[in-house]
Structure formats: structure tokens, C-alpha cells
Design a protein around this ligand. Structure first.
Ligand code: ADP
Ligand code: TRP
Length: 331
């Protein structure tokens, strides 16, 4: 049976963190054996909000390196950079003729970002969902592993695909956001305010590039309280989050011991955090070191990116040929 096609993209707008790892990259790695996978770095998209490109190139290298360090195998998946696949830009152009100003202006992410950058409400920002639809449709992907915040973009991609199919003939399948059911995880910020994120409180987010001592410092500063006074009480969300992290990075016995201590009101948060910090260091260290080694080996990186772009362009070209034929753009 033909494998289903999966696609997802990450914008190179900052350092990747534990939230990205558990919410996105770990799922990519799980999917690479079962599906026909395309994963890419959305560097065109980053221009809509980050016009200063001084740090962009290194950021792109880092996203590729960190994905590979986390276990993504460039021989199994197509791992590429958006701007290396010009076919996406041509499809974006055609899809733009099927996207209406009104619906683009109503998009939540557009409204949010327009508020954040009132002096730079550029056309690229407005048509962000069209470019995203082109990313997906160019490989005729059906499963798109993304967070909840991207669901509206997926709905728009389905609308553009449907309009194209209706007007020019059926070429595109319907893409859907893909979640791993129960495994949908949200890593909260260590200060208990919102989620870990690239741009919020940096001291409350653990980055995959953080050095050992920074990791220890961040965890030791994580929000706790004076502890439970009634056995088996419910954990407040900031404590639950630390336990979630422990479940992910520590041995099951270690987790169970601290959980039992909590339930018996014997927990000492100092010891708990020290243990979590050491297990976190042991978890991040090999990823950080592997990613740094890959990032410093530009020849190997370029080879990976070239291989990814070739795979992606082959599939993109096949779709684009059909698209051109359908809209009578071949002479
Ligand atoms: P950020 O908010 O850090 O800029 P993005 O919005 O670029 O992250 O998200 C990239 C991917 O990582 C998305 O699939 C998103 O669902 C996932 N992700 C981001 N932050 C978290 C988090 N704290 N917990 C779980 N998943 C997350
Ligand atoms: N918009 C996505 C985000 O902000 C990134 C992205 C761009 C993407 N193109 C995509 C995700 C195509 C999935 C599929 O996280």
C-alpha cells in the first residue's frame, strides 16, 4: 500500500525548546518510518515578521541540525529548506488568485500579528496562509502534524485546494491537522505563566541549546510552593508541569518515588528539582552536542540540505506539472 504523505514546517525564528521537541519534533521522528515524510524550515514565512535577516542563515542551519540531533533521519524523510524549492513559490502565485482579501483579513494569526507590528502589515503577512497551503499542497500531503494554533490555516488550505479542484480539475487531496491523540502535550513555562515558547520569558523556557549550568539554574528557579498539607491532593498546574517533565526525562522509579513523596506530603522541592535538573541535563546534553557538531560541519549540512531539496523538488515538480496542465499554463 502506498504510504500516506505527511508534511510539517518550523519557522526559523529562534532557538528550539522542550515544547517544540515534545509538541512537534518527537512526533516527526515517530512518523518517519510509517509515512512518506516532508519536513522543512519555513524561511520565507519568517520574512513576514522578521525582515532583518542577519541571524536567519544560522537559524536555518540550527533548525536542521537540531531536528537531525533529535533523531530525524535525512535518508528516510525529505528534510529541506523552503527557499530551495522554487516550485512552492509558483504554486503560491496560482493559489493567491483563489484567495480572497476578506477571508485573509479575518484570519486570527493575521489579526494578532498585525497588532504586534502595526508599521509592517505587509502583503506577505496577509497571504501567510496561502504560502502555507502551497507548502502542503505541493506534495499533496494529507496529514500535517501541527499544534492547535494552526488549525485555521489548515482549514484555509482545504478551502484553496477545493476551489482549485472545482475550477480546474481534481488534483489536491484534503489536508488535515494531525495530532497524536492522548500524546498531545503542552509544556508549560517554568514560571507557571503560559507555555514554553521561543519568544516569551527565556529563563522559564529550556532550549535544546542550553548549557548544563543554565539548565540547572532554570530548573532550580522553577516555581514551587510550600508543598501539600493534605495527602493525595491535586497538584497545582506549575507542579504538575515539573512532574510531566520528570516523567519524560527521568527513570520511572524516580518519578514514582517523588510522586509518592508528594502524595504523603513528604516532598522536598529542593531535592526534587536537583534530581530533575540532573536528569534534564542528561537528556539535553547529547542532543545539544550532536546538534552543535552537525551545525559546525557546514559541508555535511549542505549535503543534507541538497539531498532534501532534491527529494522535495522531485515531488513538487510532479505536482506543478499537473497544476500547469490543469490551468493551461503549458505552451
Ligand atoms: P513557539 O511558540 O515557541 O514560537 P511555534 O509556534 O513555532 O513555537 O511552534 C512550533 C511547533 O512546536 C508547533 O507544532 C507547536 O504546536 C509546538 N509547540 C510550541 N510550543 C509548545 C509547548 N510549550 N508545548 C507543546 N508544543 C509546543
Ligand atoms: N505556520 C507554521 C507555524 O507557525 C509553520 C508552517 C509554515 C507550517 N508552513 C507550514 C506548518 C506547512 C505545517 C505545514 O508553526
Amino acid at each position: 500500500m502506498k504510504k500516506e504523505t505527511v508534511l510539517s514546517g518550523i519557522r526559523p525564528t529562534g532557538y528550539l525548546h522542550l515544547g517544540n521537541y515534545f509538541g512537534a519534533m518527537r512526533n516527526y521522528v515517530k512518523m518517519q518510518d510509517t509515512y512518506n515524510c516532508y519536513f522543512f524550515v519555513a524561511n520565507w514565512h519568517s520574512l513576514t515578521t522578521h525582515p532583518d535577516t542577519k541571524a536567519l542563515q544560522e537559524s536555518v542551519y540550527r533548525v536542521i541540525a537540531e531536528n537531525v540531533a533529535c533523531g530525524l533521519d535525512p535518508d528516510k524523510v525529505a528534510l529541506y529548506v523552503q527557499s530551495d524549492v522554487p516550485e512552492i513559490a509558483e504554486l503560491y502565485l496560482y493559489l493567491n488568485m483563489l484567495a480572497y482579501k476578506g477571508e485573509l483579513e479575518k484570519t486570527t494569526t493575521f489579526k494578532d500579528k498585525a497588532k504586534l507590528q502595526p508599521d509592517n502589515i505587509n502583503a506577505g503577512l496577509l497571504t501567510y496562509p496561502v504560502l502555507m497551503a502551497a507548502d502542503i499542497l505541493i506534495h499533496r500531503a494529507v496529514k500535517v502534524p501541527v499544534g492547535k494554533d494552526q488549525e485555521q490555516h489548515l482549514e484555509m488550505a482545504r478551502n484553496f485546494a477545493e476551489r482549485f479542484n472545482f475550477r480546474y480539475g481534481h488534483i489536491f487531496p484534503e489536508p488535515h491537522a494531525f495530532n497524536f491523540g492522548d500524546n498531545l502535550i503542552k509544556i508549560m513555562s517554568l514560571d507557571g505563566n503560559g507555555k514554553m515558547s521561543k519568544s516569551e520569558n527565556q529563563m522559564a523556557t529550556i532550549f535544546l541549546a542550553d548549557e548544563d549550568d543554565i539548565i540547572r539554574k532554570k530548573i532550580m528557579k522553577a516555581k514551587t510552593d510550600s508543598g501539600p498539607t493534605v495527602p493525595n491532593s491535586l497538584k497545582p498546574d506549575y507542579i504538575e508541569n515539573l512532574f510531566t517533565l520528570m516523567k519524560i526525562v527521568s527513570k520511572a522509579e524516580v518519578y514514582d518515588t517523588f510522586d509518592e513523596d508528594y502524595n504523603q506530603c513528604n516532598i522536598r522541592y529542593g531535592d526534587f528539582k536537583k534530581q530533575l535538573a540532573e536528569d534534564m541535563v542528561a537528556f539535553i546534553q547529547p542532543i545539544r552536542e550532536k546538534a552543535a557538531a552537525i551545525q559546525n560541519d557546514k559541508a555535511a549540512l549542505h549535503q543534507m540540505m541538497k539531498q532534501g531539496a532534491e527529494k522535495a523538488r522531485e515531488s513538487a515538480n510532479a505536482t506543478l506539472q499537473e497544476v500547469r496542465k490543469a490551468i493551461r499554463m503549458i505552451y
